[in-house]
Design a protein around this ligand. Structure first.
Ligand code: 5GP
Length: 208
């Protein structure tokens, strides 16, 4: 039997590869509070096509400059509990004494259309995504130094000294989980870090 008869021709093969359906990928960014994960995601979304940002749900009180449904879906503890019971979250976690979760529906809608999504979530949530979602890439964002991280949290001026202390206390445990990530990104200069993130996304889009 001639095997060649069952093989596609070269032009069919190229055609298949060029037009192969691609499911969207989740680009998960974690890192200590104040490191700039959200800014990085928004800048990458503005630069690259077919890339969206996943707006999380949270029970944390809204900061003065934050806008509901733009920065977060701010919801009550009861609403969060109900959504959790209904299986509405792809992942969820308690972080710095508040609850946060990612909408399963949004992620499924966007990725099934072939679009990629960026998520700025904590290490517990990233581990859940890694365990349950095949098409995910995990990026850990580091500050150039602890001093700079402290300074960024102070500059934000929206958190109480108690909140800042709690966030710095949690930073050690978060950074210590860097081995669970595919990439390490140092956010020293935002432009450079955005360029690095865009490179990661572009390279992953070419993955076989
Ligand atoms: P913040 O209160 O400063 O906005 O966020 C606190 C922490 O919660 C950050 O590390 C942030 O990345 C994380 N976070 C935000 N949204 C989510 C989410 O949907 N799921 C999880 N697991 N963490 C989140």
């Amino acid at each position: 039997m001639n095997n060649k008869e069952h093989q596609p021709s070269l032009d069919q093969l190229i055609d298949q590869l060029v037009s192969r359906p691609r499911k969207g990928c989740l680009f998960v960014l974690s890192g200590p509070s104040g490191v700039g994960k959200t800014s990085l995601c928004h800048r990458a979304v503005a630069q690259l096509s077919n890339l969206r940002y996943s707006i999380s749900h949270t029970t944390r009180p809204r900061r003065p400059q934050e806008v509901d449904e733009r920065d977060y879906f701010f919801i009550s503890q009861d609403q969060f509990r109900q959504m959790k019971q209904q299986g509405d979250f792809l992942e969820w976690a308690e972080v710095h004494r508040n609850f946060y979760g990612t909408s399963r529906k949004f992620i499924e809608e966007v990725t099934s259309q072939g679009e990629d999504v960026t998520l700025a979530i904590d290490v517990q949530g990233a581990a859940q995504i890694r365990a349950n979602t095949k098409n995910s890439v995990l990026v850990f964002v580091l500050p150039p130094s602890l001093e700079q991280l402290e300074q960024r949290l102070l500059n934000r001026a929206s958190d109480t000294p108690e909140t800042i202390r709690l966030r710095l206390e949690n930073a050690y445990a978060e950074v210590n989980r860097y081995r669970e990530y595919d990439y390490l990104l140092i956010n020293d200069n935002l432009d450079q870090a955005v360029a690095d993130l865009s490179s990661i996304i572009r390279a992953e889009r070419c993955r076989r």
